[in-house]
Ligand binder design. Structure first.
Ligand SMILES: NC(=O)c1ccc[n+]([C@@H]2O[C@H](COP(=O)([O-])OP(=O)(O)OC[C@H]3O[C@@H](n4cnc5c(N)ncnc54)[C@H](OP(=O)(O)O)[C@@H]3O)[C@@H](O)[C@H]2O)c1
Length: 277
C-alpha cells in the first residue's frame, strides 16, 4: 500500500514513514520530502534528480560543475513545473569545506530529509606502475570526500533526530577486479563505513542505506555499457529511488540479475574477473 501523500510503502518502511509524519508536526517543510544529491551534475546523480523530482521531492543538487547543475535545474523545471531545486558548488575533495557548504544548502532548502552520498570517480589504475597520483585521487574523492559528506549529513540529522543517509557504493566493494585496486578498495571502505554508521545511527532515528550498483552507463568510464548487465542511468535511478523509499539497509542495482549472482562472488574464479578489462 502506498500513501497518497508520501508515496512511501508503509508495510516496508514503517519507521521511515513515521519519521516523515513526525516531520510534518515538528519541522514543517514546503515539500513532503527533500533530498540532497552530491555528484548530481551527471550520470546516476542526475538521473536520480529527475526520478525524485517526478516523485515530488524538493532537491538540493551539489557538484563542482555549477553550469551543469544550472542546466539540470532548468531541465527539471521544464519537465516538472513547481519542483523546488537549490544548487551548491561543492568539491568533496576539499573536505574542510563540505560541512559548511551542505549546511548552507540545507538552510536554503528549508530542511533536508535525505542525503545521497553519490559523488565519485573511477579510472583504470595498475599496481606498481607509477600510478599513485591517480589512485590517491580515487581514494580522496570516494573515501575522504564521502566520509566528509557522511559526517556533515549525520551531524545535521542527529541535530534533528531523523533523516536518511544513502551511500552510493558499488558491487566493486565486494569483488577484486584487475586495474581497479584503488576503486574497489575505495568502495569497500565506503561500504564498511556505512555499515558502522548504520549501527551507530539506527537508534537515533536515522536510516542508512547502502546502494551497490553493478555497471551503469554514465560518464564515469568509457564504454561502461559493454560490461555485463549494464543498465541506463535512468533504470538505475528508478531502482535506487525504490530502495530509498523502502528504507532498505542495502540494495543491489539492477536487482536482476545481481542479487542472484552476488552470493557467488567469492567462489567465481579469478580468471572470470581478469576478463573484465
Ligand atoms: N557507473 C557505474 O557503473 C557505477 C557503478 C557502481 C557505482 N557507481 C558510483 O556511482 C556514483 C556516481 O557515478 P556515475 O557513474 O554517475 O559517474 P559520473 O557520471 O561520472 O558522475 C560522477 C559525479 O560525481 C561528481 N564528482 C566527482 N568528483 C567530485 C568532487 N570532488 N566533488 C563533488 N562532486 C564530484 C561529478 O560532478 P562534478 O564533476 O561536476 O563535480 C559527477 O556529478 C559514483 O560514486 C560511482 O562510484 C557507478
Amino acid at each position: 500500500m502506498r500513501s497518497s501523500t508520501t508515496g512511501i510503502d508503509r508495510h516496508t518502511v514503517g519507521t521511515y514513514a513515521s519519521q516523515v509524519e513526525n516531520m510534518a508536526s515538528s519541522d514543517p517543510l514546503t515539500h513532503p520530502h527533500s533530498a540532497v544529491i552530491t555528484g548530481a551534475s551527471s550520470g546516476i546523480g542526475k538521473a536520480l534528480a529527475f526520478e525524485l523530482a517526478a516523485r515530488g521531492y524538493a532537491l538540493g543538487l551539489a557538484s563542482r560543475r555549477i553550469a551543469r547543475l544550472e542546466e539540470l535545474r532548468d531541465a527539471l523545471h521544464a519537465t516538472h513545473p513547481g519542483v523546488k531545486v537549490e544548487l551548491a558548488e561543492l568539491d568533496v575533495d576539499q573536505v574542510d569545506t563540505v560541512k559548511a557548504c551542505l549546511a548552507d544548502l540545507f538552510t536554503r532548502m528549508g530542511g533536508a530529509d535525505i542525503v545521497v552520498v553519490n559523488a565519485g570517480v573511477n579510472r583504470f589504475t595498475r599496481v606498481g606502475r607509477d600510478e599513485l597520483a591517480d589512485e590517491l585521487q580515487i581514494l580522496q574523492t570516494n573515501v575522504l570526500g564521502a566520509v566528509a559528506t557522511i559526517q556533515a549529513a549525520s551531524a545535521y540529522f542527529l541535530s534533528r533526530g531523523r533523516g536518511q543517509l544513502v551511500g552510493i557504493s558499488s558491487l566493486a566493494a565486494e569483488n577484486a577486479i584487475p586495474k581497479q585496486a584503488a576503486y574497489c578498495a575505495s568502495k569497500a571502505a565506503l561500504s564498511m563505513y556505512l555499515d558502522i554508521a548504520r549501527m551507530e545511527l539506527s537508534r537515533k532515528g536515522i536510516g542508512v542505506t547502502t546502494i551497490l550498483p553493478g555497471f551503469v552507463e554514465t560518464e564515469i568510464m568509457e564504454d561502461i555499457g559493454k560490461y555485463p548487465f549494464a543498465v541506463s542511468a535512468e533504470k538505475a535511478a528508478t531502482e535506487i529511488a525504490n530502495i530509498i523509499e523502502r528504507g532498505a539497509a542495502v540494495g543491489v542495482v539492477p536487482a536482476f540479475p545481481w542479487k542472484y549472482v552476488k552470493p557467488f562472488f567469492k567462489v567465481i574464479p579469478d580468471a572470470v574477473y581478469r576478463k573484465l578489462k
